[in-house]
Design a binder for this molecule. Structure first.
Ligand code: ZN
Ligand code: ZN
Length: 512
């Protein structure tokens, strides 16, 4: 029986991660033997017998954490799993009612990320199984450390540590089929939503990933041998936040964090996991990369779009105001740095406003689009995507206008990936800003960002390693490797046959 340990490092850039794991005498290097040989034309390098690495693994839009994490654990594109952003507009009011449909600040974000069962989990399309549910159905077990997405149906007790601010007492392994450890609100305090002023907290007090590993080690200490989970997921959230604050390059850049934090924590895990290492396949993966900010001043106030629209009589939902109620507004905006999703109510700014659950008309969308593009205020926008209204469907895809000459060259399959997010929870109008100059919404002083859809944030590392991976090789007909392929591949490695994903299994048994 294979065991799988899924090391999920938020924001790990492919090239930086690969250079770090090539270093000798690290904990990563105990299990990863990355081939030095050139990669083949579909980006697979597997010359070493106990490591398979992929080089062109493309994630999903928007290039933000929550939609991408949901794709990792469901094998589905955002239009099919329903999680469209970190801060999203919940048009149908599924997650918590119409009064709080967009989650912006820390506590709301915390609730969205984890909550009691995790509102983000509630945004998963109803009955969408996660990889953990497929295991559960086969009597297999999962232990989830700080990953956002677990089972809506079958999760065991959510770790109670989240209510214990002082963390003086650890919850015991509950023995259920899906054990889900979530961070405490204390941990979430140095997991700021968009502020990223973590320099003090990070170095001096606590470390998000350190807390995650502490919980994991305690779990392993309490675990009986017959309780060893089939799938363990370790979510390192700190890397992403470190990079936002320090950038990816330089002495304090990403390589430093991966080596001095993630690798050390992974080493602690290996010590406790030693007994099971022969039966373990390790998977290393991230949700997105990072783009270093080239001009710190290229920020665009989040008030700009509401101000432009207000002049034409629109009323935008204001995420900064607790008093702003979406019922009184006809436009809502959800930012993800380089990409902005704009939701338009039917008959917006007219007296006979429709309901948020209704499709806006072509006229509604044209008017908002014209308002935004006139006057040159948003002239750092590369593309504007507009919902197609064919056949009264929420899933008809997007048309787009390219606003900057040559813009398309920077992006990786942008239009194709845009259609993968198209559903009732995606924006009716979507702006994509200029990534070359890292124009972005929000005034925060960030050193690196993501959320555009270009190579640096869209290609992620993917490594399978460990003794048992010797039995497998990349499938011959593999091309176009995507992060939605992970769930099908995990299931294949565990001998579970399911075929209802947007992704595909990447591996097959070696013959003979
Ligand atoms: Zn992330
Ligand atoms: Zn981030």
């Amino acid at each position: 029986m294979n065991r799988i340990v899924f090391v999920n490092i938020d924001g790990a850039c492919r090239d930086i991660f690969y250079s770090v794991v090539r270093k000798n005498k690290t904990n990563f290097s105990q299990v990863i033997k990355l081939p030095k040989r050139a990669i083949n034309n579909v980006g697979i390098s597997s010359s070493r017998k106990d490591t398979i690495a992929f080089h062109q693994v493309l994630n999903v839009l928007p290039v933000y954490t929550m939609p991408n994490q949901a794709s990792l654990f469901t094998g589905l594109y955002p239009c099919n799993h329903g999680v469209l952003n970190n801060h999203m507009f919940d048009r149908l009011g599924k997650s918590g009612g119409a009064d709080e449909p967009v989650y912006y600040n820390n506590l709301r974000a915390y609730n969205f990320y984890y909550g009691t069962i995790g509102s983000a989990n509630r945004m998963l399309t109803e009955q969408t199984p996660t990889v953990h549910d497929y295991l559960y159905d086969k009597g297999m077990t999962s232990a989830i450390f700080y990953s956002h997405f677990s089972s809506q149906k079958n999760a065991g007790k959510v770790n109670k540590i989240m209510f214990n601010f002082m963390r003086d007492e650890f919850s015991k392994h509950s023995g259920s089929a899906i054990d889900w450890w979530v961070p405490s609100p204390m941990d979430a305090l140095e997991f700021p939503s968009q502020g990223f002023n973590e320099s003090h907290i990070f170095d001096k007090y606590i470390n998000f990933d350190g807390e995650m590993m502490q919980d994991t080690l305690k779990y392993l200490e309490d675990m009986e041998d017959e309780e060893v989970p089939n799938l363990v997921t370790l979510y390192f959230g700190g890397n992403d936040h470190h990079c936002h604050g320090k950038g990816t390059k330089g002495e304090k850049g990403q390589a430093h964090y991966l080596l001095d934090y993630c690798d050390k924590f992974f080493g602690k895990f290996l010590e406790k996991w030693e007994k099971f290492i022969d039966q373990t396949i390790f998977i290393f993966l991230s949700d997105h990369g990072h783009i270093d900010v080239c001009n710190g001043n290229n920020t665009i106030e989040k008030d700009l779009i509401p101000e432009i629209l207000k002049k034409k009589g629109y009323k935008c939902f204001n995420p900064k105001s607790y008093l702003s109620r979406v019922g009184k507004c006809d436009v809502a905006i959800a930012y993800s740095c380089g990409m902005v999703q704009i939701y338009v109510q039917k008959n917006a700014n007219e007296s006979n406003k429709g309901d948020w659950t209704e499709l806006p008309s072509e006229d509604d969308l044209e008017k908002v689009k014209d308002t935004l593009t006139q006057g040159g205020k948003l002239n750092h926008t590369d593309f504007i995507f507009t919902r197609k209204l064919d056949g009264n469907s929420w899933n008809a895809g997007y048309t787009f206008d390219q606003l900057r000459p040559g813009a398309g060259a920077d992006f990786v399959r942008l239009t194709e990936r845009m259609d993968e997010i198209c559903c009732h929870s995606s924006g009716d109008i979507i702006l994509v800003l200029d990534p070359r100059e890292t124009y972005r919404f929000g005034g925060e002083d960030l050193k690196s960002v993501h959320g555009y859809g270009i190579e640096q944030d869209s290609y992620v590392p993917l490594i399978f390693a460990g003794n048992n991976i010797n039995l497998f090789k990349p499938k011959n007909d593999i091309s176009n490797v995507r992060t939605v392929d992970i769930t099908p591949t995990i299931l294949y490695l565990l001998g579970i046959d399911v075929d209802k994903f947007d992704g595909k299994n990447l591996l097959e048994k070696k013959s003979g």
